[in-house]
Write a protein that binds this ligand. Structure first.
Ligand code: NAD
Length: 362
């Protein structure tokens, strides 16, 4: 039976439209092979939306996203809009999208592909085989907790305040996403906190431990965040899935990403409770190379694979795409950002065409 999905496409700015075009072609080919059909609606976000309707997140875009099964986003931003007031900046559109869809879980994989192992700044024996997923809480913790602000003390001195706070419900919902993610991967979950110092972290640890009885097939461990940062660099292979709060996840997901050394290869997923998730590359809109057919579309293509696995529950289709990317790299094809001696450099479009050939052969 054919499964049908509504997908909202947000190409955004800079290299966004170029990499989105490749990703959509790949999705169509895999859809044909797997009996999946996609109904695409393109909508405005970021600088493109500011230029068209003077709003980085038009209400129509948010409504279209809410009505879809998944949202595929490329990237937003560029020099042209950098001097605008905050409410008119492209980034405000992105934050509005995350808030509007209540995306509380951010999934960032960091996988070392054998063909790109030399791109890592760490020794190849340290990073070989690394395959980590960082699950970061995205809408709570110290970035949002109240009170926050800069206040005057009784003596007139200024004092800056932020509050790290989590409710049981907030911890439980991110905990469940993390356990379920670990189930789909290697079955190991490491929860990262600072429970030796912070009460909010002790509650975090207690709840994650309590949840673990519902997931007997997942092996749970705990680390303090300072130790986790060290272990990620010392021996990253020990990790499978990591779950942590907003602030710790912001930092640890960037450390994990940089183990791979190549920003043009990194996808991400942001998931909400019921509605659609947003799937997008980690990198920005790369205005320095926009319109030159130099962009690496693979992070966008791998975001399509994440959409199929985590948004639409189509793991076989996701594997097809991931395996085609591995074959492309094994055959020596690269974009300029990941080229090395002996490889063949192709433009963004040609990478897409080559991926389609590989998919059609497989
Ligand atoms: P960037 O990620 O756009 O670019 C950093 C460097 O990496 C550049 O040299 C760029 O050419 C290169 N690069 C990035 N993606 C690439 C790809 N797919 N292929 C080849 N090379 C690639 O970060 P930046 O330069 O700091 O930001 C540029 C704009 O993007 C800014 O307006 C920023 O606000 C925005 N931005 C958006 C997002 C997002 O949409 N989620 C994330 C980060 C930055």
């Amino acid at each position: 039976m054919t499964q049908s999905y509504q997908i909202t496409l947000l190409p955004g700015d800079g290299i966004g439209p170029e990499i989105m075009a490749v990703a959509v072609d790949i999705l169509k080919v895999v859809g044909q092979q797997q009996n999946l059909t996609f109904d695409f609606t393109e909508a405005l976000i970021g600088g493109a939306a500011i230029d068209a309707v003077e709003n980085p997140l038009p209400q129509q875009t948010l409504d279209t996203c809410r009505q879809s099964d998944a949202v595929l986003l490329a990237a937003i931003g560029g020099y042209k809009w950098d001097a605008l007031p905050r409410h008119l900046r492209p980034e405000t559109g992105l934050l509005g999208l995350r808030a509007g869809l209540e995306l509380f879980a951010n999934l960032r994989p960091a996988q070392i592909l054998p063909q790109l192992i030399d791109a890592s700044s760490l020794k190849s024996e340290v990073v070989e085989g690394v395959d980590i997923m960082v699950v970061r809480e995205l809408t709570g913790g110290v970035y949002f907790g109240e009170p926050k602000g800069v206040f005057s003390t009784e003596t007139g001195e200024k004092r800056g305040v932020n509050t790290m706070a989590y409710t049981v419900a907030e911890i439980d919902r991110i905990g469940r996403v993390a356990f379920e993610t670990a189930q789909k991967r290697g079955g190991k979950l490491c929860s990262v906190d600072k429970a030796n110092v912070l009460e909010v972290s002790q509650l975090w640890r207690d709840r994650i431990t309590a949840l673990s009885s519902e997931y007997p097939d997942v092996e749970l461990s705990h680390l303090y965040v300072d130790n986790a940062a060290m272990q990620l660099v010392r021996c990253p292979k020990q990790f499978d899935t990591i779950v942590t709060s907003n602030l710790f996840g912001d930092i640890l997901s960037d450390i994990a990403a940089m183990l791979t050394g190549s920003i043009g290869m990194l996808p991400s997923a942001s998931l909400g409770a019921d509605g659609p998730g947003v799937f997008e590359p980690v990198h920005g809109s790369a205005p320095d190379i926009a319109g030159q057919d130099k962009a690496n579309p693979l992070a966008q293509v791998l975001s399509v694979a994440m959409m199929l696995r985590y948004g639409l529950d189509q793991p076989t289709a996701a594997e097809k795409i991931e395996s085609a990317v591995l074959t492309l790299l094994a055959n020596g094809y690269r974009t300029g950002d990941i080229q090395s001696p002996g490889t063949t450099v192709l433009g963004c479009q040609a990478i897409g065409e080559t991926l389609i050939q590989i998919l059609n052969q497989g």
